[in-house]
Design a protein around this ligand. Sequence first.
Ligand SMILES: C[S@@+](CC[C@H](N)C(=O)[O-])C[C@H]1O[C@@H](n2cnc3c(N)ncnc32)[C@H](O)[C@@H]1O
Ligand code: SF4
Length: 421
Amino acid sequence: MNLETLFHQRKDDPVWNTSYPLSPRDWETYRTDGPLSFEGERELSFYVHIPFCRRLCAFCEYARMLCPSADRQRAYVEAVGADIRAFLSRHGGFTLRGFDIGGGTPTALSAGNLSRLLDIYDETVDDLTLAPDFEPSIEGTFRTLTDEKLRRIAQSGIRRLSLGLQSASRAVLRRQNREDNPPGLMEEKLALARRAGITKVNLDLMYGLASQSAATIEADLAAVRRLSPEQVTLYELRPNRISAMCPFSKDELYHHYTLFFDGLSALGYKARFGQNTFTKDAADEGVSSYLRSRMLEGASYKGFGLSAQSMSRRGVSYNVGKVARPDSALLARSTFGEQDTYLLPPEELAAKYIAISAYHGSFSLEHLSRMLGRNAVRHYEAPTAFCLQNGLMEASGDRLCITREGFRHYGAVFSLFYAPS
Ligand SMILES: C[S@@+](CC[C@H](N)C(=O)[O-])C[C@H]1O[C@@H](n2cnc3c(N)ncnc32)[C@H](O)[C@@H]1O
Ligand code: SF4
C-alpha cells in the first residue's frame, strides 16, 4: 500500500498514538521462552511499577488495583526487591542511566512500605555506577503525600516528583471516577514537598477527557500558574487499552492542545509545538533521565514489578500482569518476572523507539542508524520524502521533527516509519 493511502487510512483513527505495537499479538512470531537478555548493555535504566491506587480512574490505561492491606503491599515490595537483586546477580558492568518509580501510585503505599521500597532503591543505586545525568523520579498524587513520605523520598536523593492533576475541573474528574483536590490542598502539599527537599515537580495534565472545554483548560492553566511546577506533561487520552472512546474529533483535540501550548508558553514553559513535555529548564526536556534516554535515544531499560516493560538491544518483554487486568490473586506471587518476551528484528525495535519519541515530537536518525545497524536516512527515504513534501515533518540536525500541520495527525505520521508488518 502506498504511503499516501496509509496516511489517509490512519489519520483520523485514535489508535495511532504513542502505543506500539498496537496489539501484543502483532509480535506473536517473535515470541520466545525465557527472560530478555541484557548481555553487553553498557547503560540501562530501571523502572519499578507500584500498581496500587486509592481510586481507579476510568481513563487510566496502566496496570493498577485498589490499595491492598499493608501486609500485601509489603509482600509485593519484597518480591520486587528480590527480582532486582536476582537481576543484578546475573548482570553487571553497566552504568545506571535512570531510575523511575511509577504506577499506579507509589506514594499510596503506607509510609512504612514506601520506606522499605526506598531502602531497596538505596541498596540498588549504592552498588551501581550512576550516569552523570542520573535523575531518579517518583510518581504520586497530591492526596497521598505526607510529610513523612516526602522526607523519606528526599532522603534517598530523589528530588523529582511527578504528580497527576489531569484536570482542575471537578466535573471532568468526577466523570472519570477520579478523586479531586479540595481548595488549597495542592498548594499545601507542594509546600510540604519543597520543604522536604523536592526540587523538581512535574504536573501531569490530560486532554481528550469528556467535558473538557476551553473553559476547563483555562482553569487548568490557572492551576499551573498558581502551583508553578518546574515541568508539565500534557497527555492526550490514549483509548487503546480502555473501553471508552475519545469523545473529540482530531480537530478538537488539536484545538485543545493549541490552547495548552499557547497558555503554557505564556507562562514561560518551553516546548516545540507538538511536544508533550513542557519545562522551565530547556536542558532537562521536561522528563527524568529514564524517560529522556528512552525518548531521545531509544536506550535500554529494565522494568520490575507487575506488568512492567523492558527493552534491550535484542527485544522487548512484559512482566506478569500486562495483558489481563491485575487482580489481588496475582499479588500472592513471590516474583514478577517476564511473562512475554519477544526477540525482535531491528526494524521493530526502531519502531518502538519512534512511537515513544512522538511524545517529544521528533526522532534521531543517528540513533535509528545505530539501532538498525545501517544508514537510517536511506532506510527511511520513502516516508521521509513523503512527510517533507507534504509539510508533515521538517529536518533539524539529525532529527526529523513533526510540524504544526503534521501534529494534527501525529500518530499516523510517526506510523509511516514503523516496520512494514
Ligand atoms: C501512572 S499514571 C499516574 C500517576 C498517578 N497515579 C496519578 O494519577 O497522578 C501517569 C500518567 O499517565 C497519564 N495517563 C493515564 N492513563 C492514560 C491514558 N489512557 N491516556 C493518556 N494518558 C494517560 C496520566 O496523566 C497520569 O498522570
Ligand atoms: S491515573 Fe493514577 S490514580 Fe488514577 S488509576 Fe491511574 S495510576 Fe491510579
